[in-house]
Design a protein around this ligand. Structure first.
Ligand code: BV8
Length: 246
């Protein structure tokens, strides 16, 4: 894959890199994205299930949806896109991953500095006493578990629509966006806020914005470079370019 000379020069001079990732980077691991047709489950759209009211209205249904996704995620492995991002830590002074994904694949790929803006599906907590649990201890596929301590409903530790993002994680992500030399936006439709502000903050702070997606998005006009194609292929090509630059 050929890259513009301006981008190659930018790669050579940059020290701090931020990868902002969405569901598209995990698509090649077999995990359905949100807005692709495969994002539906039993004819429900994610927005209809990923909110607290839907959980209170039918906790078993929402729990079953997350158990269905956990099974897909546990059977999945980090793909060449995740692995390329982890390998980039050998070529830059600082590499930060800010992800909207809850699938834990960046951590499993070996990335060291990962900010999970929307939480992590492997963690759960009681909505009543807020005790946290490792989700693997709850075996039921379709019945919402109750807290062993107080009997309250157990929910996934993810950010639902209408809920605040973890303020400490968001603050760290914003700081990284203000300091990075290049911000890569990978497999993100950039329609979910406030997460989608991260690449915008990076650009406003002077970063070179590179979008990697199989199609243009609302963010494309803001990008210095838009690379159309699969995240795994493009990220591996960028890693190869870094190795050649040495
Ligand atoms: C909040 C966790 C308010 C759960 C998720 C402005 C400011 C603030 C809020 C809002 C705002 N405007 C609207 C809102 C409300 C809302 C929102 O953004 N709605 C959208 C839909 C319009 N935001 C919220 O509700 C947020 N909370 O604002 O709180 C508040 C304020 C004060 C006090 C109290 C409350 C919370 C949002 C978080 C929701 N949780 N996930 C779960 O996963 O179950 S969001 C969910 O969507 C996932 O995290 C997902 O990552 C995210 C975004 O989707 P993408 O990751 O981009 O995935 P998508 O499928 O959309 O796109 C995939 C992309 O990949 C595509 O572009 C595709 O082309 C590309 N692709 C596919 N294959 C590949 C590929 N690219 C490369 N290679 C491939 N192979």
């Amino acid at each position: 894959m050929e890259f513009p000379q301006e981008f190659i020069e930018k790669l050579k001079k940059s020290e701090s890199i931020l990868f902002f990732t969405g569901a598209g980077i995990s698509a090649e691991s077999g995990i359905p994205t949100f807005r692709g047709k495969e994002g539906l489950w039993k004819n429900y759209r994610p927005e209809e299930l990923a909110n607290f009211d839907a959980f209170l209205e039918n906790p078993d249904r929402v729990w079953e949806w997350y158990q269905y996704r956990r099974k897909i995620i546990r059977d999945a492995t980090p793909n060449p896109g995740h692995l390329a991002i982890a390998a980039m830590e050998n070529y830059f002074k600082k590499v930060v991953v800010v992800t909207q994904n809850i699938d834990n694949l960046h951590n499993r790929a070996g990335s060291k500095e990962v900010y999970e803006l929307h939480g992590n599906i492997e963690r759960s907590y009681c909505i009543n006493c807020k005790t946290f649990y490792d989700t693997t201890q709850f075996k039921s596929e379709s019945k919402v578990p109750h807290c062993p301590k107080c009997g309250g409903l157990i929910r996934p530790d993810v950010v639902w629509f209408g809920e605040m993002l973890p303020s400490d994680v968001l603050a760290s992500a914003q700081k990284a966006a203000e300091q990075c030399d290049i911000c890569f936006v990978v497999g993100a439709s950039a329609v979910v806020y406030p997460a989608a502000y991260i690449p915008i903050t990076a650009k406003k702070s002077g970063a070179y914005l590179v979008e990697i997606n199989i199609q243009p998005t609302e963010l494309t006009p803001l990008a210095n470079l838009s690379l159309i194609g699969k995240a795994g292929e493009i990220l591996q090509a960028i890693l190869k370019q870094m190795i050649e630059n040495r």
